[in-house]
Every structure is written in C-alpha cells, then in structure tokens.
Write a protein that binds this ligand. Structure first.
Ligand SMILES: [Zn+2]
Length: 465
C-alpha cells in the first residue's frame, strides 16, 4: 500500500494482530459522504485483513470537545456534551446503514482528559512544550524532523501559519492545551488542569488515545488526506516526542469526495450528508459507490453516478440470488446435471479479486472482477450441478462480504414436499391453460413470502424482500 510517510508503495509487513487507528469525526454536525468514504474504506481494509486471517484491533476516536462543538452548543443553549452525544449517535446510525462495523474502541476526548494532561506535562518536562498564561504550546523547532510526514519544507510550513501570535515562540508552534474562554465555560467544555481551567488542543487526543489502546508503535494510521497537515504531522511530532520512537508503521490516507470536481465544504455550501443520500438510496448502494473509485483518487458525487452505482450493485445482487434460487430448486426437486467444470474459473475470479485488493486496495479492479464473475454466473447457472452452485455461491458471497456487501442477505430456502407439490400442480395448470388455478397458487406463494419466477427450465422462487 501507499505509505504517506515514505511516499511510495510498500509491502505491508504485518504480524497476526494488526493495530489500526483511524481519526474519527468531530461531533458537531451530521456526517457527510466524505466521512463515509473514509469510514467505508478503512472498514473494507479491516475486513480484508480479517479475511486474510489477521486479528485486527481497530480504534476510531470521537472528537467530542472542540471549537465548533462549543460554538454550536452556545448557539443552541446546550452543553458541549449534549451536542457531541447527539451527533455521535447520528454517526453510528449512518455507519450502520453503510455496514461499517463498530471499532473495537471508540474513545472520546472527554473520557481521557487526565491521560491528556499527563502527556502534556511530560512534553513540558522533556522540553518539547511550554506554558503561556494557561495555554500550552508544542515547540516545533524542538522536534527537528517536523514536516517529514507531509513533506512540507520549512518555508512552506512557516507560510501555513497565517496568524502570527506574539505569545508563541515560533509561528509553527501549536496548542496542546487551551485556556478556558467564556464560550467554553458556557458550554461546560472546560476541565481542571495544572495550568488552570481549559481544554485540550485537537491533535494531542490522537497521540494519547492511539498509544493507550494500541501501544507504540502501531501498524496503520488512517484518515482522510486533509488530515495529513497539520493534524497528523502534529500527532507524529507529539507521539515521537513522548515515546522516543516513530509511532506509526504505515500512514494511509484516502482522497476526497468531490461535487462537480470541487471539494465539499461548508463555505461552498455543497455538503452532501449521508442521511440525505440514505433517503433515496440504500446504504449498501452508497457503500458500493464509495468503493467504485480507488481510495487515492478523488471520487465525484452526483445523483447520476449513484444511479449508475445502483444498477451495477443490483446486477451483482441478482447473480447472488440467481445462484441461490437455483440451489433451492435443485435441493427441492433434484435433477441430474453434467457438471460444467466451473471450479477453475471460479477460483481464478477469486484469486484475481484478492490480487486486486493486495495491489494497494484496488477496489474498482476488485469490483470489475466481481462483475466478470457475475456474468459467468448468469451464463452458466442453469447448467451447474448442485455442488458447483454451492461452491460458486460461497465464493461469490465471500468476496462480496469482504467488501461489506449483501451482509444481511437471506437465503432462499428449499421447499418442503407439500409446498413443492403446489409448484408441480401450478405447472400442470399452466399447461392446461387453467390460469385461474395457476394464479391462485401464485397468490398462495405470495402469502408465504415468495415470488414465483417462470423460466424455460421450470419455476423458481425467491423471497419477497
Ligand atoms: Zn486524529
């Protein structure tokens, strides 16, 4: 995978247990599809590692105290905690619709204030940080390899800090602890510290919480690429200064979701919320769409693009169902079939799918292979033996599940004898042009939760979903 730190593709050298930290949302508003892309991508990476036999320990934080949360709390006459809790809950709702699994730990800043205070104290003791009237700053020149993650030169770094602050020793210095402002007190977003009432700066939380739950160094640090600078640059500096080692083995960042080629932003007013997309499209369709581009390329969102994704998604779902219906049919009625020897072909689809994901998580390539697999299924399903069908079904399903698709798929059951008899009766009725009887039987099936499908090779049934 492409490592942002070394700026090249590297073979991931992983033990059986893989430790992953992904920066989570700042809980001050509904999440948008850019957040969805990050969460879906790293969830897919996690699933793939699990598929390959790794045990993954996955941590994603919530920033539950921050300027934007405080601002909203004051505006709505609420506390920081009330605002954060509301949008954390909304985030989980959105993620559940997208089949994003819960992390092993979802730490929140406000539950780790004392850990953060100890870390800041340690940074002061070690000479990496200093106190000015209740604020604590990390002194960037004390950490010579600052800039190595983002690749910014000293000149670029100096330019990034636009507001010169005479209280800082260097323009690049950033806050580890911020003294309480009036708004913070109003929103109950302040905590006791050796430097007075205040709250943590943004970056220190991820250094503290990743080390607490994963140890140092850990394997993979993920996030959207907008976090490379300053957030991850600062996080790396803090962690290295605290623990004396390179804290992360692989830094992995995903690109943005764009709208008409532009980045989504509040100021442009082009933010698309997950919950609004879910009113019109199934969560799995959105997930499918988000995986349809390589994670390091921008992905342009539009209704049209989502419609296309839906079609493509449905064609995969249809193939899965076709296999399943054929299995149910053969289990119910039996039929001697000469195997079409599909095993080698199916294995090659399987191998190519895995290869695609092993090439820097190339999900569009993996999806293209799934589509080839799907065409093969559509062409051969009516001739495959039961054993082949089951093999094919399991392989297809496994690949889809690795991408987080069709997780809640319900199997089409074989029919008990008396119900199967009704299918026979209906076929006879149809031959005798007794359509009234045929329709009556069809209605009976509908009541039982099935849709009947007449094919040249006989009647099949599927579940009403
Ligand atoms: Zn973070």
């Amino acid at each position: 995978m492409f490592n942002t730190f070394t700026k090249r593709e590297e073979e991931l050298k992983l033990e059986r247990t893989v430790r992953i930290y992904v920066c989570g949302i700042t809980a001050y508003d509904y999440s948008h599809i850019g957040h969805a892309r990050t969460s879906v991508f790293f969830d897919t990476l996690r699933r793939f590692l699990e598929f390959k036999g790794h045990k993954v320990i996955y941590v994603q934080n919530f920033t539950d105290v921050d300027d934007k949360i405080v601002r909203r709390a004051v505006k709505e006459g609420k506390t920081q905690k009330e605002i954060a809790e509301r949008f954390i809950e909304e985030y989980f709702k959105d993620m559940s619709a997208l089949n994003v699994k819960k992390a092993d730990h979802h730490p929140k800043v406000t539950d780790h204030i004392s850990d953060i205070i100890s870390a800041v104290q340690k940074l002061i003791e070690k000479g990496f940080a200093y106190v000015v009237d209740g604020d604590v700053y990390f002194h960037v020149p004390a950490f010579p390899s600052y800039g190595k993650l983002s690749g910014f030169s000293l000149e670029e770094l100096n330019r990034h800090r636009i507001e010169p602050d005479p209280r800082k020793k260097d323009v690049k210095d950033f806050a580890l602890w911020k003294s309480a402002k009036e708004e913070d007190i109003k929103a109950k977003a302040v905590f006791e510290s050796p430097w007075g009432l205040g709250r943590p700066g943004w970056h220190i939380e991820c250094s503290v919480m990743s080390a607490k739950y994963l140890g140092v160094p850990f394997d993979i640090h993920g996030g959207g690429k907008d976090l490379i600078f300053p957030h991850h640059e600062n996080e790396r500096a803090q962690s290295y200064a605290l623990f004396g080692v390179e804290p992360v083995r692989y830094w992995i960042h995903n690109d943005f979701v764009t709208i008409k080629g532009e980045k989504m932003s509040k100021s442009l007013g082009n933010i698309v919320r997950i919950r609004d997309v879910l009113k019109r499209f199934d969560g799995e369709v959105l997930r499918f769409f988000l995986l349809s581009a390589h994670y390091r390329s921008p992905l342009d969102y539009s209704e049209k693009a989502l419609e296309r994704a839906k079609k493509s998604y449905n064609s995969l779902k249809n193939s899965l169902e076709l296999l399943d219906m054929e299995i149910a049919y053969l289990k119910t009625f039996g039929e001697d079939r000469t195997p079409v020897n599909s095993y080698a072909t199916v294995d090659s689809f399987f191998r190519r799918f895995i290869d695609a994901l092993e090439e820097d998580m190339n999900t569009p390539k993996a999806l293209a292979t799934l589509h080839e697999f799907s065409s093969f299924v559509n062409k051969n399903v009516a001739n495959m033996s039961l054993e082949e069908l089951e093999y094919c079904f399991n392989m297809f399903k496994q690949l889809c599940w690795t991408l987080g698709l069709f997780e809640s798929y319900k199997r089409v059951p074989a029919l008990p004898q008396d119900v199967a008899e009704l299918i026979r009766e209906r076929e006879i009725a149809r031959k005798e042009r007794d359509f009234e009887k045929a329709d009556a039987i069809r209605s009976k099936f509908r009541e039982m939760g099935y849709i009947l499908i007449d094919t040249p090779k006989g009647t099949r049934w599927k579940l009403i979903r």
